[in-house]
Write a protein that binds this ligand. Structure first.
Ligand code: G3I
Length: 387
């Protein structure tokens, strides 16, 4: 049995109960009875929910966004965040380099601010992330003395225990490992894996497994994810993610689900990728895992009528793919306003990627998602609650 005794064949007990509830939930859907919408943001009976957060609630779907601590002091940023979203994920503040800048010093200020804001507004927090090749501090990448695997093992074990332990009971889910695979399905070579690694170089996904086990020990109730980009459709990378997930489930490694990032262009729903996405969701769901859309953005060059229409369609279709798959428990965008988005820096000329423009004006993409959530009867039976 896995640590904590909570996992049977990798599926938390609560998940298996949810799957039983599914059959019943399906009957309710067929008979036209939907979720009550009780809770934060419920609407008077008869009225259509006016926010993404409220509208998603009746599908038992979490609506999330990445956010930064800096702009929380801007009134419109904070009010949009708390009104429209039920999940907040720190975009950078929990990354190794920011939260653990010196070997003997952690800086929790930004992360604490975001966690406190979310909890005060009845939102869940998704932690991002514990093990990644990017945004590492100098003391990790350029040490005075080369690392030994044993020393690095201790560093990572302490880091995960400290960060997950601090937010135990507050962060409901963690991206424990971020982007561990190359596009060809091989494992990425970097400091935590094999340069020099934490002692498991050449042992396949053992480093990922170890990180999951450390995180589980630090907070046995947190959901634990491996998060990837480019693994949304059927390809070498998603096959590798699937093989890892299947193996972990079989051996009771504490993995709750897979995060699919979904940084896309409107081309995504014009070339068969949507079908592939659904296929991929089905095979991951069949393992009993959750799948979460973790970093959705649909980049466009401008806000012309054509661009807006294309973008709205892609957002709507991605949301539809999630709604149709009961194992898809979160639809999260990577930020919500173009005022703060990583896109223009990494994709110059594409400043138009999120559901709100730079002035927090709702785009057609926003309204397309709201309409999708408020339409009835075209998504499958969903769990009676967000697992
Ligand atoms: O913290 C420094 C600050 O001290 C300095 O003054 C400032 C000057 O540029 O830079 C700040 O660091 C920046 C950091 O974001 C915090 O704002 C980095 O330069 C910048 O590269 C970093 O970019 C983030 C990137 O991850 C790397 O961590 C993006 O905002 C963030 O959107 C992006 O997110 C990733 C996900 O974590 C994983 N999936 C892909 C996604 C997009 O790349």
């Amino acid at each position: 049995m896995a640590p904590g005794g909570q996992f049977l064949r990798g599926i938390p007990v609560s998940n298996r109960l949810t799957w039983c509830a599914l059959a019943f939930g399906g009957l309710l859907v067929l008979s036209g009875i939907r979720g009550s919408g009780i809770g934060i943001g419920s609407t008077p009976s008869g009225a259509e929910p006016q926010t993404l957060r409220m509208a998603a609630q009746s599908h038992h779907l979490l609506m999330g966004t990445a956010a930064d601590a800096g702009p929380l002091s801007h009134k419109l940023y904070a009010s949009t965040l708390q009104t429209e979203y039920s999940v907040l994920e720190p975009e950078t503040e929990m990354k190794f380099g920011l939260i653990h800048p010196e070997q003997t010093h952690y800086d929790f200020a930004g992360a604490d601010k975001l966690v406190n804001f979310a909890l005060a507004n009845g939102m869940k927090v998704r932690g991002h992330n514990l093990l990644w090749h990017n945004q590492l501090p100098d003391w990790i990448v350029s040490p005075a003395q080369p690392w030994t695997p044993a020393a690095l093992n201790k560093v990572l074990a302490d880091h995960i225990a400290t960060v997950v332990g601090r937010y135990r009971g507050k962060v409901y889910a963690w991206d424990v490992v971020n982007e561990p695979f190359n596009d060809d399905g091989s494992l990425r070579n970097y400091v935590w894996f094999d340069k020099p690694g934490i002692g498991f170089a050449g042992q396949g996904t053992r480093t990922i497994e170890q990180a999951l086990r450390w995180a589980h020990a630090a907070d046995p109730n947190a959901k634990l994810f491996v998060n990837e980009y480019g693994a949304e459709t059927m390809n070498a990378k998603s096959n590798a993610v699937y093989a890892m997930a299947k193996d972990f489930v079989r051996r009771g490694v504490p993995l709750s689900g897979i995060g699919l990032q979904l940084h896309v262009t409107p081309g995504f729903d014009q070339d068969g990728s949507l079908n592939d996405l659904s296929k991929n969701l089905r095979r991951l769901a069949a393992l009993g895992l959750e799948v979460q859309f973790t970093e959705v953005d649909v980049r466009q060059r401008d806000g012309s009528s054509f661009s807006q229409a294309e973008q709205a369609n892609t957002y709507k279709n991605l949301l539809d793919a999630c709604l149709r798959q009961p194992a898809c428990t979160l639809f999260q965008t990577w930020g919500f306003t173009d005022k703060y988005s990583w896109i223009p820096e990494s994709n110059p000329g594409y400043g138009w990627a999120l559901p709100f423009d730079k002035n927090y004006k709702k785009k057609r993409a926003y309204f397309a998602m709201l309409a999708k959530l408020n339409s009835r009867g075209n998504d499958g039976p969903r769990p009676s609650r967000s697992r």
